[in-house]
Design a protein. Structure first.
Length: 405
């Protein structure tokens, strides 16, 4: 199996230390992981995973989470949010007690697998059992797994409520609830299930919410369920830091030609190309392959096993380009993605923010190119206004230092 360094070489990535990072990752207080009095075995997992020093969101979040406080944290995608809650969760779990002690809720299956992997790697030298449970997988297998010792459950809301209501997932001693991509988990699709789930937790629970955007729904939830939460907001002017954004004004029929030109001119480590519908994802992936470029595609209507394989292979650098629906915008952390292309321009600012946040991960530089038709022009202006950002016309040549260093 390829190591991190193997696939970084395969993708021609410069060594970690040589890559320019933006200040939303580098502007720290100078803390060290050792400052938090973590278990030695956890520190071994942290350093083996390649984490050197805490990022700003980790500096703000870890000590508060360790103290058992409720947290409402807002930070840009790709600044280390996952480790900001996984580290204190792993630290606070008691491996000698064979009960579920932490529940990490996420909105998508891919993010569940990725988060569980981070927990497993961090707790490599501790006897902590981590389980993933999501819709679209065998319920029977999950039931069998829960008869064995489980300390941390990473889940999508519907499946874990199902298991809790059957009395299989016993959450009466689960005192830590983390909600990652909390804005999505508190959308009308998920919120009733999340509130039902909280009913299974003990009264002295700790609830931690992490997200890049916090719509109004979060305020009502905070007032109902959180006790004097510690507010962390690292989003002042950091929304799209490190990502250079351009638009190309094109007719619909010119889009594929324009994409071909971009592929030939840009220095792409890996790219994600977004479409607004499942059909367009598959059609575009076929076109890109016909043009002679390596390309995968992913969307919500694919079999879960197929999605897992595509995600795993793309993450390991087996393919340079991925065509995706909005399924892939949330929390998916692939640091080698340095270019995002909106083949179809999104309808709202939140979707734009999450899509573009796939490049420029963990403080590195990234590039976003938007293919804009006449019908998109009002949306473009609206999104610029809402995010307080500028999307510039694409120049004839894009300097590599903007997204490659």
């Amino acid at each position: 199996m390829a190591t991190n360094e193997d696939w970084k070489q395969r993708l021609n990535l410069p060594p970690k230390d040589a890559r320019v990072r933006t200040e939303d990752v580098t502007n720290t207080k100078g803390n060290e992981f050792e400052d938090y009095f973590l278990k030695r075995e956890l520190l071994m997992g942290i350093f083996e995973k390649g984490f050197e020093k805490p990022s700003p969101i980790q500096e703000e979040s870890i000590p508060i989470a360790l103290a058992g406080r409720d947290i409402l944290a807002r930070a840009k995608n790709g600044t280390g949010k996952t480790a900001a809650f996984c580290i204190p969760v792993v630290e606070r779990v008691d491996p000698t007690r064979p009960v579920i002690q932490a529940l990490l809720l996420v909105p998508t299956r891919e993010l569940a697998l990725q988060t569980a992997q981070v927990c497993k790697e961090l707790s490599k030298y501790l006897s902590i059992e981590v389980m993933v449970t999501t819709g679209g997988t065998s319920l029977k297998d999950d039931i069998m797994r829960l008869y064995q010792t489980t300390h941390i459950v990473v889940a999508t809301p519907g499946r874990v409520v199902d298991l809790a209501s059957k009395g299989v997932a016993r959450l009466n001693e689960c005192r830590m609830l983390v909600m990652d991509e909390a804005d999505k988990l508190l959308s009308p699709e998920f919120q009733p299930v999340v509130e039902q789930l909280i009913g299974y937790l003990p009264d002295d629970r700790q609830i931690m919410l992490y997200s890049a955007t916090f719509p109004v729904t979060v305020k009502a939830f905070k007032e109902k369920f959180l006790r004097k939460p510690y507010i962390i907001n690292l989003m002042e002017e950091l929304t799209l830091k490190g990502v250079t954004q351009f638009y190309a004004f094109v007719e619909e029929k010119q889009k594929v030609h324009c994409l071909n030109t971009l592929f030939s001119k840009l220095r792409i480590n890996q790219s994600i190309i977004f479409c607004n519908s499942v059909n367009r994802v598959e059609l575009l992936a076929k076109k890109i392959t016909e043009l002679g470029y390596s390309c995968y595609y992913i969307h919500a209507k694919m079999l879960q096993s197929h999605r897992n394989r595509v995600f795993h292979d793309f993450r390991n650098g087996h393919c340079r380009n991925l065509v995706s629906s909005d399924l892939f915008t949330r929390g998916i952390d692939i640091q080698s993605v340095n270019v995002v292309i909106n083949f179809d321009f999104p309808k709202n600012a939140e979707t734009y923010l999450h899509r573009v946040g796939r490049s420029g991960r963990f403080g590195h530089l990234g590039l976003a190119v938007n293919l804009i038709t006449y019908d998109d022009r009002i949306n473009l202006f609206k999104i610029e206004q809402e995010l307080g950002t500028e999307i510039k016309p694409i120049p004839a040549q894009i300097e590599e230092k903007l997204y490659c260093i």
